[in-house]
Design a protein around this ligand. Structure first.
Ligand code: SAH
Ligand code: DHB
Ligand code: MG
Length: 223
């Protein structure tokens, strides 16, 4: 059996057992595929991990950067109370349309709001609204801007908030200090920011699964 077949099989076992998708999550994946969105959402067991992180945070508010078809959005929004709020930022208007439909189909359109535009334009607008601090920030958009997203996350959170950064392995190239790949450079800058910042305490973990070899970083916001 190939390594990737093994990773698929184990992910299917974990997901079916511990993170089964209901009709709305299945519909979100089906609809995203029909609409031609790239198949790069988190997996079901990763979505469940995000959901558990939000519950552990006691989160009432979540900020997501990078919506795609709203699949991770649904997992996160389902951890919020009925009067909770999730804001998700998406560059691509078509992705945002698909996500809004999927979020509404999941009955979460009163909780989750999709904002269209480059996140680096949406974030200052959001900050100008002086929103209550976000309890969890999930960063999963263009990797070149990862460090800037961590900086914005710091401005929009509180002591005790959690920042989650997806896809930090870059096929292993994350270790290359001389890389000219913008995603590698942005991810390294974000990790170095987490490592060196007085208000952040974090780590990073490698993963395998049906999306292959990857990993995520976690950072807790300090006082
Ligand atoms: N979080 C999603 C996957 C996001 S994929 C999930 O797991 O279900 C990354 C998304 O980020 C894509 O939809 C892409 O269009 C969006 N994106 C890319 N650059 C962006 C930018 N500058 N601002 C906001 N979103 C961006
Ligand atoms: C890509 C982006 C993601 O957020 C992800 O989880 C996997 C792949 C990409 O841009 O290829
Ligand atoms: Mg991702």
């Amino acid at each position: 059996m190939s390594e990737s077949q093994l990773w698929d099989d184990v992910d299917a076992y974990f997901s079916d057992l511990l993170a089964p998708e209901d009709e709305a999550l299945k519909a979100a994946q089906r609809d995203s595929e029909t609409e031609g969105l790239p198949p790069i959402s988190v997996t079901a067991n990763q979505g469940k991990l995000l959901h558990l992180f939000a519950l552990l945070q006691g989160a009432r508010t979540v900020l997501e950067i990078g919506t795609l078809g709203g699949y991770s959005t649904i997992w996160l929004a389902r951890a919020l109370p009925a009067d909770g709020r999730l804001v998700t930022l998406e560059y691509d208007a078509h992705h945002a349309d698909v996500a809004r439909r999927n979020i509404a189909h999941a009955g979460l359109d009163r909780v989750a709001e999709v904002r269209v535009g480059p996140a680096l334009e949406s974030l200052p607008k959001l900050a100008d609204e002086n929103p209550p601090p976000f309890d969890l920030v999930f960063i999963d958009a263009d990797k070149a801007n990862n460090a800037r997203y961590v900086e914005w996350a710091l401005r929009l959170t509180r002591a005790g908030s959690l920042i989650v950064l997806d896809n930090v392995v870059r096929g292993g190239a994350v270790t290359d200090p001389g890389s000219d790949d913008p995603g590698v450079r942005g991810t390294r800058a974000a990790l170095e920011l987490i490592a060196g910042h007085a208000r952040l305490d974090g780590t990073a973990v490698q993963t395998v699964g049906s999306k292959g070899y990857d990993g995520f970083a976690l950072a807790r916001v300090l006082a």
